[in-house]
Design a protein around this ligand. Structure first.
Ligand code: 4AD
Ligand code: MG
Length: 454
């Protein structure tokens, strides 16, 4: 049988004798006849209050039990007279598993996220990061549930690849060749240049064109030198790919997906949500409620450009039809114009990768981005170009080596079908549901330009 956790103890139906609780000491308070330890084991937001009678033989350990020490306590779970907690523990025996001295960095006072980033190995023991990473786990499971409930198959697309899905040249090379020695790509481990994947989409398409509805959920890597609060060099992406879907069906699924995850936040992480709303972002619960209240708006790129031009705003980046929307534009649309999530669709084809389906207007591609207040883009997707001749023309225009992508063209050569998909940035989603404003604080060990400690 699994050991009790503080989560299981605090949810006990009745008082229990002879239980064992284990965890790290958050605080210790001494009174004349007894001491109160608050111990936490990370299993849930709340800690367990342990009352240690000064007359206990093992109470002599108390002076050595400081904040951060790990302890094991045997005793009884009894109704707590204190407000805000149903149960507390009356200790019969204390055991000090691991001492922590006064150099333990997580003493009672509050720390800034910047400082806590420098102790990323200890920060999960704080309320903030314990909450973030419990939510991360719950959300990951909810992602799988969402797709599995709908009959999607989970596909493990490769991490090492020779294809540049986004065509942006932002790939980390994977090589066993020694630097500064004259070698040819054929001598490399794989006999050709290889990279860490920026997206599992292309291989996902192969599986969608066989199993119908699939998704990948794995790490992706981008060597883009953007030092922002929303970009990481290593992040996790969820990429569904659906045979027979068009852009409209794709947008509908993405919106349903985001709403499902927001609902899961309310259902499965209520204590963490309340904490984030109180200490991180006071508008969080209202904003998430609005997300559930009504369907997301959809605006074409062309209409979005008109809205931005008519906004009277002095944007840092000028608004020009044909250019990418900048974060300031995306945030204006979501935060001020719509005041909620919004999907922008039919972007200019010339700013989009080779795989997107070309619209009949000769100017736009069947692309979509889902933008949310506070962040901007959290989803990017499209209908895929299923016509072989059109795809081949796009590949040559973007300078791709046809030989390298012949397998991808085969999906159009043999039994081509309309299909579509999207990528949801898992960390961006976590920022949205927690209100945590920096991507470095929703991933256990962040990799950003100049930073790969741990
Ligand atoms: O818009 P992106 O680049 O789209 C793709 O990679 C497609 N192949 C997805 C697909 O259609 N299957 O990335 C998708 C999402 C973005 O909307 C964003 O949420 C996230 O991935 N993302 C990042 N998250 C953190 N750090 C970065 N550097 C990111 N780049 C993209
Ligand atoms: Mg994008």
């Amino acid at each position: 049988m699994a050991l009790d956790t503080i989560q299981t103890l605090l949810h006990s139906e009745s008082a229990r004798n002879g239980i064992t609780a284990r965890g790290w000491v958050r605080t210790k308070r001494d009174s004349k006849s007894c001491s109160f330890l608050e111990i936490s084991d990370g299993s849930c937001f709340k800690g367990l209050q342990v009352v240690v009678d000064a007359a206990l033989p093992t109470a002599e350990l108390l002076p050595r039990i400081l904040t951060g020490a790990s302890v094991e306590v045997v005793g009884d779970l009894v109704a707590s007279p204190a407000a805000g907690q149903k149960w507390e523990m009356q200790a019969a025996e204390l055991c000090l598993l691991g001492e922590a001295d006064a150099t333990y960095p997580l003493q009672k006072k509050g720390h800034t996220p910047e400082f806590l980033r420098t102790i990323a190995h200890l920060r999960p023991r704080t309320n903030l990061f314990g909450s973030v990473f419990r939510v991360r786990s719950k959300m990951a499971y909810a992602v799988h549930r969402f797709f599995q409930e709908r009959g999607f198959f989970y596909v493990h697309t490769p991490i090492i690849t020779s294809s540049d899905c986004e065509g942006a040249g932002e790939m980390f090379q994977v090589t066993t060749l020694k630097p500064n020695t004259p070698t040819k790509p054929e001598q490399d481990f794989f006999g050709r240049p290889t990279y860490l994947t920026v997206s599992g989409q292309l291989q996902g398409e192969a599986f969608a064109c066989a199993l119908g509805n699939i998704y990948t959920f794995g790490p992706t890597f981008r060597a883009e030198n953007s030092n922002t609060t929303r970009h990481a060099a290593e992040f996790w992406m969820i990429e569904p790919e659906m045979a027979f879907y068009d852009l409209t069906a794709d947008m509908t699924l993405a919106e349903e997906h985001v709403r499902y995850l927001v609902q899961a936040m309310f259902d499965e992480c209520p204590d963490e949500l309340e904490f984030f709303n109180k200490f991180i972002d006071k508008g969080l619960i209202d904003r998430l409620k609005q997300t559930l209240a009504k369907p997301f708006e959809r605006i074409s790129y062309t209409d979005a450009v008109d809205i931005l031009l008519k906004s009277g705003r002095n944007f840092e980046h000028p608004v020009v039809w044909g250019d990418s929307l900048q974060t300031e534009h995306e945030r204006y649309l979501a935060e001020e114009h719509v005041k909620g999530p919004v999907t922008i669709f039919n972007y200019p084809k010339d700013i989009k990768p080779f795989y997107m389906r070309q619209n009949d207007d000769g100017k736009t591609a069947a692309a979509m981005d889902l933008l949310v207040p506070g962040i901007g883009e959290i989803v990017g997707g499209s209908q895929r170009e299923e016509r072989l001749d059109v795809l081949e023309a796009l590949m040559s225009k973007q300078g791709l080596d046809p030989e390298n992508y012949s397998w991808y063209a085969d999906l159009r050569r043999y039994g081509s079908v309309p299909h579509a998909g999207y990528g949801l940035g898992f960390e961006r989603l976590l920022m949205f549901v927690t209100g945590v404003p920096n991507i470095r604080d929703v991933i256990p060990f962040a990799r950003t330009p100049g930073h790969a400690a741990y």
